[in-house]
Design a protein around this ligand. Structure first.
Ligand code: IMP
Length: 193
């Protein structure tokens, strides 16, 4: 019976979202700091899954408790999936949207499809599992909205950018929300419900 797990992050938003989604299972989610592990491994994988496993394993090897970690990024079809796993390193923080709009300035509207992708890795004494979530949309021609972070102001889901949505609206359709809901099902089955 899993009733406690560690999330390999200290990011308050990621922790809140995981706690909300897993609460109905009675599972407590600790940050890595709360669990006594402050590791920052090199995220040198070439896929989201590799990086999620690297992060989860670093914490699991310290705490020996069920551990989850996520890795995510933006994959633009016209850029052959870039920036992908390099999304956080594509431009200095706060300049990623401007750089992406500039790189895509000559790409027409019907070729601007993109997806936010997220993989969650779960590790316990029985092994490693990964779960994926995706949010498909397109890249606009300008930045809109002030909520969210990263590429949210240029990512259109329907008529709105993710930066024009409330946190609850975004969680319902986001890549991280989708991967967390897969994790919820996995843990529910593990706990025999
Ligand atoms: P990480 O998985 O938290 O390391 O995120 C990787 C990078 O992908 C972030 O720094 C953002 O640039 C981008 N990213 C991931 N998820 C989102 C999102 O929901 N909105 C906007 N940008 C995101």
């Amino acid at each position: 019976m899993i009733n406690k797990l560690v999330m390999a992050t200290n990011n308050a938003n990621k922790l809140r979202e995981a706690r909300e989604i897993l609460a109905p299972l009675g599972i407590e989610v600790l940050s890595q700091r709360e669990a006594g592990a402050d590791c920052e491994p090199d995220e040198n994988g070439v896929t989201f899954a590799e990086n999620a496993v690297i992060k989860a394993k670093a914490v699991y090897d310290t705490v020996h408790m069920p551990t989850i970690a996520d890795d995510s990024g933006l994959c633009v079809d016209a850029l052959d999936g870039r920036p992908g796993v390099y999304s956080a390193r594509y431009a200095p923080k706060g300049q990623e949207c401007a750089k992406l709009l500039d790189e895509m300035k000559d790409i027409p509207d019907d070729e601007r499809s993109a997806a936010f992708c997220c993989t969650i890795a779960y590790i316990d004494e029985n092994g490693t599992h990964t779960m994926n979530g995706e949010c498909r949309g397109k890249i606009g021609f300008e930045q809109r909205g002030t909520n969210g972070f990263g590429y949210d102001p240029v990512f259109l889901y329907g008529e709105k950018t993710l930066a024009e949505m409330s946190a609850d609206e975004k969680n319902d359709i986001s890549h991280r929300g989708a991967a967390l809901r897969c994790l919820y099902q996995f843990l529910k089955e593990r706990n025999g419900d």
